[in-house]
Ligand binder design. Sequence first.
Ligand SMILES: Cc1ncc(COP(=O)(O)O)c(C=O)c1O
Length: 469
Amino acid sequence: MKRYERLADNIADLIRNGILAPGEKIPSVRQASQSYGVSPSTVFQAYYLLEDRGLIQARARSGYFVRSLAALPLPEPQPSLAPHQATDVDVSELVFSVLGSLKDPHTVPFGSAFPSPDLFPLARLARSMAHSLRNLSPHDIIADMTSGNPDLMRQIALRYMVSGVMLPMEELVITNGALEALNLALQSVTQAGDLVAIESPAFYACLQVLERLQLKAVEIPVHPRDGVDLGVLRERLGSLPIKACWFMSSFQNPLGASLDDSRKQELYNLLRQHQVPLIEDDVYADLYYGERPPTPIKGLDTDGLVMHCGSFSKTLAPGYRVGWVAGGRFTERIARLKLMTTISPSVPAQVAIADYLQHGGYDRHLRKLRHALERQQDAMLASAARHFPKGTRVTRPNGGYFLWFEFPEQVDSLQLFRLALAQGISLAPGPIFSASQGFRHCARLNHGHAWGADSEQAMELLGLMLRSF
Ligand SMILES: Cc1ncc(COP(=O)(O)O)c(C=O)c1O
């Protein structure tokens, strides 16, 4: 991180914590330069950055002031309610129509599921691909197809170890992205007609997997900050024959919610008591903004009950389609299901990522990526506070690149989606995240792309549309 970025972050923290209040003048460039021991040009750069993030504004001949809305984020959404009954899932048509509309490269991509590809070290990864392919033995290209490339598996196991989770390499199955891992994990423990506990709202692909496998959804409400409602889960596990849970423990999609360590333990104890397997979707774990990475529930798993699914799609190599599952006691079944369906993800993609993890500076890249995403979150929150109508609520996740907006009740997010698309702006409307097609007045917006004049203009336009309901 550059010096001016660090300074900007320090001041942003003071604003967020209310130490520098809205409307208050921030130290002059001369004062800041003296008290922080940096050059005036560093202070200027930091102030320009804070201006871009929407946290401060310059007033002619008076200096810089904290923007009136910067420290007054919109309030947090209300915790959701979920139906008592298990529901059949039928969302695919809606999801496909929304996803189909996201392909136009000229739209402002607030509806996208990925961060900007500009944030990924694709050129460096291509060098790893060329280098590792030159060294790949003809024998290995066949052998690596079954369980996965051993170098990649070693690198993944190492990353688990560094984050405090001891995992034998044999527990890993390399898959075509996390989505295949999640599919196989669920398939390994369910049959058509079974009940599966999922989050409400949930990642739409989770709903589609249930639909495809003819499983019934038991929707468990998710608190926008604290994660899945353990009281409701306890009651449902006691009263319904739930065969598996599919939850995200950190930076849940779409809410961004995370369970803290004690709630993770409580959830694990509950599942262990009922012997219900957990499919832990953890694809955003490396995108934390805090000091420490979140610990997965997998780290508490003494019974082999947790199938922990990860991916490089969101952090390094979208399109390479490389993910994995640490399958616990279900590993063998998962590996066989994979052999019966896709056999293997591409071996060249696996060796390229293995080489990059070993030599490419992944942790440095992740630090930069997290920093960019956090800055862009500030910019989107400040912009929403400026442009969206009174009554709008929003999450403020401590990682990832999604914000979940709850608009005033009368807003119909499917209609908003169509109106916005006609103006070249995409968004992900609330109903695609729900088996019961709830969350009609909600939407998920992606802040994974560089913030610029077009983003600001799109937020202003969305604000006008929201006011028209
Ligand atoms: C929560 C969640 N899980 C899994 C996936 C799928 O990841 P992959 O692209 O590695 O298959 C996504 C992608 O959008 C996601 O958001």
